[in-house]
Design a protein around this ligand. Structure first.
Ligand SMILES: [Zn+2]
Length: 238
């Protein structure tokens, strides 16, 4: 895989640049070990330890903001390739054997990768590139559901992989799966960079994640970090 140099250059302001954590960390089968992924997320600031208010209103002692990793194209490419390698092991043969030259054209039966906006857009592109599939995204509707817009079309029964940057409850993934089904596609697997459910989340199809964590979340009134007076941060607002 090309690309560790870009990440190294892009992170020179950091004490621990991405450098050695990227392509060289890949296992022989192309799957990156979880330790290397965790290091990559820490080095790019995508994984933070502290005291955070989640979008649900709950508090947590760690937070993942994958946009901070994806800002480095070489890191995004690496994570996409690593996730694609993990997905290949669970995908039906017609998707797993994908090749970029077969990806062109709307509605090809070859398969698509669909991510929910925003977190899944860039990741879907990176995974699709590695799988040789098309890259689509689903967007939120006024009623909270998700839908394929912008003229995105799926062939009847077209195999689809749904990807998301961080899965906690799996709500966005389920809505994206519903959007794929409504468009006539067939979800064959789900992939995430981080599974914060500790492996408990289930979608009725094979699911793979590069990193699995059990999130420690607290109601504000029961939060030990609040009790200790640790300053609370809303990570997406800074
Ligand atoms: Zn708290």
């Amino acid at each position: 895989m090309a690309g560790g140099d870009g990440a190294r250059d892009a992170t020179t302001e950091r004490a621990a640049p991405v450098a050695g954590g990227t392509p060289s960390a890949a296992a022989p089968d192309g799957a990156a070990p979880a330790g290397a992924i965790a290091g990559l997320l820490e080095q790019t600031g995508a994984h933070r330890i502290g005291h955070f208010r989640l979008t649900t209103g709950l508090h947590s002692d760690e937070f993942f903001l994958l946009a901070r990793a994806f800002q480095y194209p070489a890191v995004l490419e690496h994570l996409g390739a690593a996730l694609a390698a993990r997905l290949r092991a669970v995908l039906p043969p017609e998707v797993a054997s994908g090749h970029p030259r077969r990806a062109a054209g709307p509605g090809t039966a070859h398969g698509a990768v669909v991510g929910p906006a925003m977190g899944g857009v860039l990741l879907a592109h990176a995974v699709a590139r590695a799988l040789g599939a098309r890259s689509l995204f689903a967007e939120k509707e006024a009623d909270g559901s998700m839908r394929l817009k912008r003229g995105f079309r799926l062939a009847p029964g077209e195999p689809v992989v749904v990807v998301e940057d961080v899965v906690t409850t799996g709500g966005s993934v389920r809505k994206t799966m519903a959007a794929v089904a409504a468009a006539g596609g067939r979800v064959v697997a789900v992939g995430a960079v981080v599974d914060r459910s500790g492996g408990r989340v289930a979608f009725g199809v094979p699911m793979v994640a590069l990193l699995t964590r059990s999130a420690a979340v607290f109601r504000p009134e029961e939060c030990p970090l609040c009790a200790r007076g640790v300053p609370l941060v809303a990570p997406k607002e800074i």
